[in-house]
Design a protein around this ligand. Structure first.
Ligand code: KG4
Ligand code: ZN
Length: 339
């Protein structure tokens, strides 16, 4: 089975062809990603109108390239999938409409994919893991701990009560003028910093429900920065390191709680999976490795599959199509679409 996947929910214009083999494993035949980050950098965040126009400009070329790289024509595909949300609605419309048009013109099945589900299932593409597994989904818009029971079957164990972790990284980066996207910039700055210099809070630690909170920590960083202003490079490095260490401490504690809840309800998970853009953060990967060591296998997708990409959409399309799921061309785009 071969499926084309299209991703346009944020600031990546992406398309990919993925093949699902009879044993349930997956193979990426092509994976084309065009990041718009440079266009948004001056604004310190994604500007929705700029994003949707850039998707319109680029998508045809990106899809053609993905098909060419994979060496398949539209007629050889078994399905065409697009992320139908959640995300910036203008961009979602561009990808969804394109996928529908291709599906209609070629009489192929159309699959509307939830972007979060695609992040959640990526570990089955890369590592062919079985259900049920525990998932930490950390992106610019979402921070969730989920029990993944099957395709379309997700039980939320915990979530953020305010900002997403990626969003907090982006805001800290903006505070220090480190550019967009903020996560990688804060991580780079933190490499040179002393995480112990500032006493920053560890929100939520010890709570019995594995929820997250970032707003207080972000404010604490801002207050410290204002207190010692004007900032030298060293101050910025130390504040970034302190912020990142506080986030990792919170994540470690929340994952420990979620693992216990999971084991009680579902038994041993087949794996602990980290997914989403923030899963690219080395300190976070290292932190969760410490909690899971000896307890459960840690699966973290390769860096290029952590951020938004078409392969995860194509793979989610394969998973759904295998179960006989397909969607009508009337499927409406969704700005909000909880798992
Ligand atoms: O999953 P993703 O590519 O897009 C969304 O669906 O949101 O995640 C993007 C988020 C951004 O907030 C970005 O700053 C964050 O992931 N991110 C990171 C790192 N790389 C990307 N955060 C921390 N450390 C990183 N290395
Ligand atoms: Zn994402």
């Amino acid at each position: 089975m071969r499926v084309l996947g299209i991703e346009t929910t944020c600031d990546e214009t992406a398309a990919s062809v993925v093949e699902r083999l009879p044993d349930g494993s997956g193979r990426i035949l092509s994976n084309t990603v065009l990041s718009q980050a440079r266009r948004h950098a001056a604004y310190g965040g994604v500007v929705p109108e700029i994003a949707s126009r850039a998707h319109v400009d680029a998508l045809d070329t990106i899809v053609a390239q993905a098909l060419r790289d994979a060496g398949v024509s539209i007629g050889q595909l078994d399905g065409i999938a697009a992320a139908a949300g959640p995300g910036l609605i203008g961009g979602v419309i561009v990808g969804l409409t394109t996928a529908k048009a291709l599906a209609f013109a070629s009489s192929r099945p159309f699959i509307a994919v939830n972007h979060l589900e695609a992040h959640a299932l990526t570990a089955r593409l890369t590592d062919n893991i079985r259900f049920p597994y525990l998932l930490l989904l950390v992106s610019g818009g979402h921070t969730q701990l989920l029990a993944v029971e099957g395709v379309g079957r997700y039980v939320r164990l915990g979530t953020t009560i305010d900002d997403a972790i990626g969003e907090a990284f982006d805001k800290v980066a903006k505070l220090f003028g480190l550019g967009y996207p903020g996560g990688p910039a804060v991580e780079r700055a933190a490499l040179n910093g002393d995480p112990t210099r500032f006493q920053l809070p560890r929100p939520m630690i010890g709570r019995i429900e594995p929820n997250f909170s970032l707003a207080g920590l972000k404010t604490a960083v801002r207050i410290e920065a204002e207190r010692i202003a004007p900032l030298r490079d060293r101050d910025v490095f130390d504040l970034c390191a302190g912020f990142q260490a506080a986030v990792v401490d919170m994540v470690i504690d929340r994952v420990r709680v979620a693992l216990s809840i999971f084991e009680e309800k579902w038994g041993d998970p087949t794996a602990f999976v980290v997914a989403g853009g923030v899963a690219a953060n080395s300190a976070l990967r290292e932190g969760v490795r410490r909690v899971t060591d000896g307890r459960v296998d840690l699966v973290a997708p390769p860096l290029e599959l952590c951020g938004d990409n078409g392969a995860m959409i194509a793979w989610a399309g394969c998973e759904r199509l295998t179960l006989g799921m397909r969607d009508p061309l009337s499927f409406a785009p969704r700005a909000r679409w909880p798992l």
